[in-house]
Design a protein around this ligand. Structure first.
Ligand code: DAH
Length: 369
């Protein structure tokens, strides 16, 4: 800009001149003055220009292919050969000056924009960083892995079974024939094709016996499904943990020992338990192991259905028919089995009084674990 001022004195009024030879002037004179006028005008336009878009419009108007400078250059045809040489030089000087001026203005706009952006993006690097958001384990998962640890330390293998089961594994192999009233104890979600959503983890007993062979100790935690009405203590989907030990001369004393070890580990304190006779087609004798309700301390609440006791551990000695289905000779081997309600256990442990919370996915609930 300064250089332009030096060249043409600067400060002249803005004029948009078309180059037409004026009367009384030579073509050269009129051309030179048109050039000067144009330079002055461009310069003051540049000064006044406020946005990069406006700058670009001026650049096109002055330096563009059909711009004002190009027009002056076009009209050089009117000049003599010698005049053309001098005029050409002048034209180039002006062009360079203007280009430099435009570039400087453009750079200034870019700097401004960058400064603005940086100001908006300013980050205080001295602030402490935000920690990562941590997920947590579901209460049932916590209980499940604890129990798995207890049983692993007692020599049990952890097995998995399919959630979509055959009718055979879920019922028949467990000594529950089609016409047996015990089938009605478990409302079943039937799939097309005769399969079903397993109603308990017990089908893994037969799969496990076939897989491991006697003697064996196995547990099988997993999700089970029942087609029943949902309320504070019933869900259509919940978790069980099946357990089985097959050996020679296994007795109810072994069963009680393992169950007591398990419960004292899980609750980390003495819990009051009671054993009642219970009927399950796959065990004989069968028992219901109840614990005193930890929510109400035995006084009665919705979880224990006001009884003060919670059915926690149905169990028994494995029925000979079931051993046979697992390919095991009942004259040589016997064992115990149990089906632990993992969901119910989690509710007891954490004082959760509504089973529906566990499946709710509600973060206000889940974040507490
Ligand atoms: N499968 C039974 C149920 O879901 C629970 C059960 C009872 C499992 C007795 C067992 C058992 O292994 O011995 O209701």
């Amino acid at each position: 800009m300064r250089e332009m001022d030096r060249h043409f004195g600067g400060g002249r009024a803005t004029l948009h001149l078309r180059v037409t030879p004026l009367t009384g002037m030579t073509s050269l004179e009129s051309m030179e003055s048109a050039l000067k006028e144009m330079e002055t005008s461009a310069k003051s336009q540049l000064d006044a220009c406020k946005t990069p878009e406006a700058l670009e419009a001026i650049r096109v108007d002055v330096l563009g292919r059909k711009g004002r400078l190009a027009q002056v250059s076009k009209s050089m045809g009117q000049l003599t050969h010698e005049q053309r040489g001098g005029m050409g030089k002048l034209l180039n000087q002006v062009k360079e000056l203007l280009e430099t001026a435009f570039d400087a203005r453009h750079a200034a706009f870019t700097r401004e924009a960058m400064a603005k952006r940086l100001a908006g993006e300013w980050v205080d690097l001295t602030l402490p960083a935000k920690g990562p958001l941590r997920g947590g384990l579901h209460p049932v998962t916590i209980i499940q892995s604890e129990i798995e640890d207890v049983f692993r330390s007692l020599g049990f293998t952890v097995l998995d079974g399919p959630e979509v089961e055959t009718e055979y594994h879920n019922f028949d192999a467990l000594n529950i024939p089609a016409d047996h009233p015990a089938r009605d104890m478990q409302d079943t979600f039937w799939m097309t094709g005769g399969n079903l959503l397993r109603t308990h983890t017990s089908p893994v007993q037969v799969r496990g016996m076939k897989k491991l062979g006697p003697p064996l100790r196995m547990i099988a935690p997993g999700r089970v499904f029942r087609n029943e009405e949902v309320d504070a203590s019933h869900e259509h989907t919940f978790y069980q943990l099946e357990g089985m030990m097959i050996d020679r001369d296994v007795s109810v004393a072994h069963l009680i020992y393992f169950m007591k070890t398990l419960l004292s580990e899980v609750f980390r304190r003495d819990v009051t338990v009671r054993l009642r006779p219970g009927y399950f087609p796959f065990v004989e004798p069968g028992f219901e192991l109840d614990i005193e309700c930890l929510i109400c301390g035995g006084k009665g609440c919705p979880v224990c259905k006001q009884s003060g006791w919670v059915e926690l551990l149905p169990c028994g000695l494995v029925h000979p028919n079931v051993l046979r289905q697992g390919g095991i000779d009942p004259d040589e081997w016997n064992g115990f089995a149990f089906g632990l309600g993992l969901t119910r256990l989690a509710m007891m442990r954490y004082g959760i009084d509504d089973i529906r919370l566990l499946m709710s996915g509600d973060l206000r609930f889940l974040n507490q674990f």
